[in-house]
Design a protein around this ligand. Sequence first.
Ligand code: HEM
Length: 509
Amino acid sequence: MGLLLIITVSIVAIILSYKLIQRLRFKLPPGPRPLPVVGNLYDVKPVRFRCYSEWAKVYGPIISVWFGSTLNVVVSNTELAKEVLKDRDQQLADRHRTRSAAKFSRDGQDLIWADYGPHYVKVRKVCTLELFTPKRLEGLRPIREDEVTAMVESIFKDCTNPESKNKTLQVRDYLGAVAFNNITRLVFGKRFMNSEGIIDEQGKEFKGIVANGTKIGASLAMAEHIPWLRWMFPLEEEAFAKHAARRDNLTRTIMEEHTAARKKSGGAKQHFVDALLTLQEKYDLSDDTVIGLLWDMITAGMDTTAIAAEWAMAELIKNPRVQQKAQEELDRVVGFERVMSETDFSSLPYLQSVTKEAFRMHPPTPLMLPHKANANVKIGGYDIPKGSNVHVNVWAVANDPAVWKDPEVFRPERFLEEDVDMKGHDYRLLPFGAGRRVCPGAQLGINLVTSMLGHLLHHFVWTPPEGVKAEEIDMAENPGLVAYMRTPVQAVATPRLPSDLYKRVAVDI
Ligand code: HEM
């Protein structure tokens, strides 16, 4: 026992002295004073990007935040964002894997959690050349349009139902269903939900796996940051193993179903399971990588689109002037005899600006995904030691009054006055990141969000629930890596087109 104590104390002392030497050797960015052992863990407020933004006002646009013994560097202006994502991109392109992320990705055998190296380059190439090509994006358009028109049909049913006493709708429920069905069809080639909104057994299992992943992923927060304390928080090995087995079982069953269907029909479909299975040999992809990639797309592409659309709707309900202007454009371009299609986008610049303004004010991942330094680098004149995590506060950058006029005002016109790219070429607006790790699903996400908004605005007038004033809508965020609205937005929808235009346009591809 005595020997164990001496060994433990010595290890702790060595680690602490190493950290101290590191802090003295490097000129680290300023920041709130860290406490021994826990660092700033207890200073960080739950909605982190807002807390970091406040600290940036005190300490400057590059700050150090210690989670236990791990250094997190947060940058909050456009110049530093460019340094991180362009000038020092390659040295900052690794990922910090929490223990749960390491388990789920089999130590980075996927894309999201892979470090920058030969495996990453190969898998990224599969994304660029095969999965996210303009041709496939177009090939999958009927699925998106099916889901968006299904949403319109379901809202119409609910808001015109004479039996429903309270006609207030929770907008998130409808957007969430589009995001769910779109991603499961895109990734797994499956619509788990029937036309009545009932989810089948496989779909329930899928939802259970997603919910369980979130639960066990979040349960380790404290032990994650203080590695030498981990022995006090034994990893729930069994829970992880069970979760991984459940996920693999479901995915393998779906993969086998598609392999059998391909043998029967002789052709592959557009969705990602068929694409990856037919490319497995060409790119030498292991089964773990195929499963990892499929789940990456689910994790990264489902909530983010629903979140972006919900924030946009909240802004449109708060700003009837903008809502009306977008509706006038839709009436002019699309008219009253047909529904909107993605092919109309190029004639709908105001609608596109509404989407962009929503991404500016409410980026769904306000701190992007953290990058990790694979070498010692200098950013903004400060040292960033190898192994540090680097975050770009893309919310702070896109809401910086030094760069944006009246950033707190929802004014899509700003993008008609100046065309600003949001897919990683303009460092003032980075909802999808930039550089070699930029979101590969950006165009897909933009199309789906714009399509949802276009249909919602063309088909309905949106107002706050009776008795609620626009300024009373709660615009605060929930804590977390993705920024859901703290209070789901409620609204009343009033149809504005002929009733025969509220039918789902179902497709089976
Ligand atoms: C509105 C929707 C979306 C937003 C705001 C968003 C945002 C982001 C951001 C900020 C990153 C991190 C970039 C970085 O680390 O520098 C990312 C990565 C990623 N996103 Fe998206 N995304 C969205 C939709 C999608 C969709 C629809 C998919 C796929 C179906 C997708 C797949 C991915 C993947 C696989 C990565 C990891 C890329 C890598 O590590 O190399 N995303 N996304």
